[in-house]
Design a protein. Structure first.
Length: 115
């Protein structure tokens, strides 16, 4: 099996474990009365499975992303090759002539609409 697949499976197991731990802590601290709601409901097992699986998707993805980013080589600031960096052009401020219309429109700022 390729190393990348092994890495992905390993990180998914870690993410799944973190998800179980996270849902367990949600229930242990009774955040938003979740434990009370789940323990008194007939569908408590289904809700717990949905919470664990949906959090596992997130935590597996984050765990794999962290693992991939940690594989990067250290960045060196030497500029030995490649294209040289071009300096950014300096922006000049300029004025734009504004003509006042004879009927007086455009002299006041527009009123804001409050929601």
């Amino acid at each position: 099996m390729p190393e990348l697949i092994k890495l992905y499976i390993r990180q998914c197991f870690i993410g799944f474990g973190i998800s179980i731990l996270f849902v367990g802590m949600l229930y242990a601290f009774d955040i938003a009365n979740l434990w009370t709601l789940v323990s008194t409901s007939q569908d408590g097992v289904l809700v717990t499975a949905m919470l664990v699986i949906s959090n596992a998707v997130v935590f597996c993805g984050v765990q794999f992303a962290i693992a991939v980013m940690r594989m990067a080589e250290p960045h060196d600031d030497k500029r030995d090759g490649g294209t040289p960096a071009r300096p950014h052009p300096r922006l000049q401020a300029s004025t734009i002539p504004v003509v006042r219309r004879p009927d007086g429109h455009g002299t006041r700022p527009k009123e804001r609409i409050a929601f």
